[in-house]
Design a protein around this ligand. Structure first.
Ligand code: FES
Ligand code: FES
Length: 156
């Protein structure tokens, strides 16, 4: 059985005809072509699929597309503005907060949600917040530095 799901994706109204069992991440990637949101596991552990739904970060592999009906969804493709990287993206680049980059979209979407709640997080708070985001490459140290610097840039 299929259903038409309409959302606002990165500021643009879009819709797709999906199976009722389709996950939000599948709708975003396979139906709407935004492949910046990654799938790194099938156990809801890795956080590569994190997007914002109505302003809050969620793992888009844990939500059905139909549950997002009418929602505002922000993916990594919607973070840069007017051809300019977001300060948090710039901070990841500057502080080498990535190696292969697979986890990076989810890391950045999680980091942006953290900073929206806590504009000046300390390293411990950043580490705690990233509990649901796994990175197999970096050892996390540069990701923590990048988020701290990105938060600082967002405050100024
Ligand atoms: S794909 Fe791993 S938590 Fe969603
Ligand atoms: S940079 Fe490779 S998984 Fe994080």
């Amino acid at each position: 059985m299929t259903i038409k799901v309409s959302i606002t994706l990165n500021g643009e109204k879009v819709s797709a005809e999906v199976e009722t069992r389709t996950l939000l991440v599948e709708m975003i990637r396979d139906h709407l072509g935004k492949t910046g949101t990654h799938v790194g596991c099938d156990t809801s552990q890795c956080g590569a699929c994190v997007v914002h739904v109505n302003g809050a970060s969620i793992k888009s592999c844990t939500m059905l597309a139909v549950q997002a009906q009418g929602s505002e969804v922000l993916t990594i493709e919607g973070v840069a503005r007017n051809g300019k990287l977001h300060p948090m993206q710039e901070a990841f680049r500057e502080h080498h907060g990535l190696q292969c980059g697979f986890c990076t979209p989810g890391m950045i979407m999680s980091a942006l949600d953290l900073v929206s709640h806590n504009p000046d997080p300390d390293d411990h708070e950043i580490r705690e917040w990233l509990e649901g985001n796994l990175c197999r490459c970096t050892g996390y140290q540069n990701i923590i530095r990048a988020i701290s610097a990105g938060a600082k840039a967002m405050r100024s």
